[in-house]
Ligand binder design. Structure first.
Ligand code: AHR
Length: 323
């Protein structure tokens, strides 16, 4: 973790938002933000940080919650175009189906920045994207498990994110890459838990039943922490110990996974910063005020956390950050 990031986490939401130095150039600009919804603790933090970053920069942020539906996102983006906003931020719920609306924004001369998820569309239709390397996140999680289990046989169940979303596709790919040369580690069941805690619990209950109670299972790999927290509850309800009978590895680094880690019930998480808006506004500032084209992809860090990384301290540092 960078020094700046550590300082931010230590100081609360306003400090987290101040990791990015903004020029005053966006003061008075209007920016539309089409957010997916509020499926996870991480998503709530991203929304909070985006609002805070916009306020700090003097941006009039028009926020639209799509409640997990792409059709709502497309409608909101069309609304932003009709209002003649200066720029648009989109966190795209799924990867496909964006070409038309992105072309409309481009034709209207409105730059679009994608936040935290990718799209399957020509990259000249948007200015830049701020996201993690999601394949790497899956690989980091898989590498951790492979090292942890060594030569022992390990049956893994996988809780996937939202079907068709870039993190669900890429985190699966990365994990599979990591275990590919380790035939002792196999994914025996894989199903979507839609990035939510309740679905993660429900699907894990089904996995445990289907696997004869789960005593043969070695690990659960969840594409986000919220599903992992749901799975932890299901494992406890089944009379097994999460963290030891069944290892738990996931992605996001939200406070609740650190609480679980501190209690010995979770084993590893890969951090995804909720501050996508800072770099996005910085890129927009440079573009709108000087025509500077940012790189097509601004990639955030993917750091692994385990119980060796002071989970209680991480919980305390993060709990007031909007999660
Ligand atoms: O796109 C990022 C993912 O979306 C986060 O990992 C997950 O928690 C969220 O819902």
């Amino acid at each position: 973790m960078s020094v700046l990031h550590r300082i931010a986490l230590a100081g609360g939401l306003s400090a987290l938002a101040s990791t990015t130095a903004l020029a005053a150039g966006l003061d008075g600009k209007t920016i539309g933000f089409s957010q997916i919804g509020s499926e996870s603790g991480w998503r709530a933090a991203e929304t909070a940080v985006t609002k805070s970053e916009a306020e700090k920069a003097g941006v009039n942020l028009k926020f639209a919650d799509a409640q997990q539906k792409q059709e709502n996102q497309i409608k909101a983006v069309r609304g932003f175009i009709a209002q003649g906003v200066d720029a648009i931020l989109i966190a795209p719920v799924v990867a496909t189906g964006w070409d038309d609306v992105l072309s409309e924004a481009k034709d209207a001369g409105i730059p679009v920045v994608l936040l935290d998820r990718g799209v399957d569309a020509p990259d000249d239709l948007y200015l830049t994207s701020v996201a993690s390397d999601q394949v790497k996140e899956g690989r980091v999680a898989g590498d951790w498990l492979v090292n942890e289990v060594g030569d022992r046989e390990c049956k893994v169940v996988e809780l996937q994110g939202t079907v068709g979303s870039s993190p669900a596709i890429n985190r699966k790919t990365g994990f599979e890459e990591a275990i590919a040369d380790h035939p002792n580690v196999t994914i025996v069941r894989s199903q979507t838990g839609d990035f939510t805690r309740s679905k993660g619990k429900e699907v894990m209950e089904g996995f445990l039943k289907a696997e004869g109670g789960g005593s043969d299972l070695c690990a659960v790999y969840a594409h986000n922490d919220d599903m992992a927290v749901g799975a932890i509850q299901a494992i406890k309800d089944a009379g097994l110990k999460p963290g030891s009978d069944i290892l738990v590895v996931s992605i996001d680094a939200v406070p609740d996974i650190f609480a679980a880690m501190a209690a010995g019930e979770a084993n590893a998480t890969v951090e995804l910063t909720p501050n996508m808006a800072g770099p996005a506004l910085e890129a927009l500032d440079a573009y709108l005020n000087g025509g500077t084209e940012p790189p097509k992809a601004i990639i955030t860090e993917s750091k692994l956390y385990t119980p060796a990384d002071d989970p209680q301290g991480e919980y305390d540092r993060r709990k007031g950050l909007g999660y």
